[in-house]
Design a protein around this ligand. Sequence first.
Ligand code: FAD
Length: 388
Amino acid sequence: MGPGIAIVGAGQAAASCAQELRRRGIDGSITIFGDEGYLPYQRPPLSKAFLKEAQPPTRLLLQPPQFFEQQRIDVRTSSRVASIDAAGHHLSTVDGTSFAWSALVLATGTRARVVAMPGHDLTGVFTLRGLTDVERLRTGIAAAKRVVIMGGGFIGLEVAAVARGLGCDVTVIEAEDRLLKRVTSPVMSAFFERLHRGHGVAFGLGARAAEIVGNKGRAVAVRLQDGQEIAADVVLMALGAEPNTELASAAGLDVANGIVVDDAGQTSAKNVYACGDCARFKSRRFSTAIRLESVQNAIDQAKAVAASIAGAPQAYDPIPWFWSDQYDVKLQIAGLSTGYDEVTVDGDDASTSFAVEYRRQGRLIAVDSVNSGRAHMLARRRIEAETK
Ligand code: FAD
């Protein structure tokens, strides 16, 4: 048998791609190279239930070990890929193994952004991306009285909710003038600010951290650019994510804030594909190039890549969807609101169940639903119809 299919990264997209390849009857070898020491697992609980309460990591696994054995999917959980040779159809791992492939899938995900400000490497400063991070952060929060979170995006706010639930004083520092500015409207930002303030979270909006102040190697405060100091036992940098594109760049593939792929998941190199958080593709539906960081995209784009490898390419142009849980509020986002020119509120945004609709040139492009699964499901169908 000739060389099989290699998948770099052992996350949500890798698992979905391998599973779909088998479902489509691909019989050759499939090898997944991961570097976290775990079988593919789900990340969303890391900033929610799994942060609140310690649970065995096996609870997060997407599939049990037997599944991969039965499917003859070889998952090498501690085998970081050091380089790929796109023309020569080879990859090398950091421990010196050379591996030949017939098709290569890059599913390398993203990493938490670290801003190298003074004090970023002190004890008590955390980022949150993987299982190792969450174990450390949970221990840190359990011993903390005061938690300062840099970044008022989804991960920052979800952690704020958990830390408040555990009795910590929480301050969120956000450089923009409102929360979640990159992804939602002022109405929704105001809703989440009220929600968190109602639970006792303090905010520094339009505030930039200049330094993490230490004492004997431990973080004790965050100093803002205006000189103000906020005392902290734990500091979380929740400043967004950066795509892991280094392997692709070094191999000469097109990279532009993500590994550039076409709508079949094909990179600029033949037989090399990319999917999930690390990939950037053109959405005809939304007339823009996008790189999505969501479970929906990791699963569905990986399936599209598997279809391409199986010789049945299909155009991937999804209605993106995403969710966030904070306290007893579930936000569900359908579509992509970028470039909206009209916002309407369906229901009462002073209540805890309503929706916000976004239109561009009269067409519905996105809906944010608060505690309304029905509105969300309907929205996905309505956006599908209006963005064809
Ligand atoms: P990943 O899951 O990041 O997997 C990539 C893997 O590749 C990683 O294990 C990485 O270590 C490995 N890797 C990288 N380079 C190499 C290499 N050279 N060799 C070997 N392995 C390598 N999405 C939602 O839709 N809803 C949510 O509520 C939500 N909450 C989230 C909360 C948190 C705290 C985080 C971190 C993410 C959350 N997400 C959520 C996003 C979602 O988890 C991601 O979109 C999804 O995991 C992307 O899957 P992926 O396979 O593309 O990347």
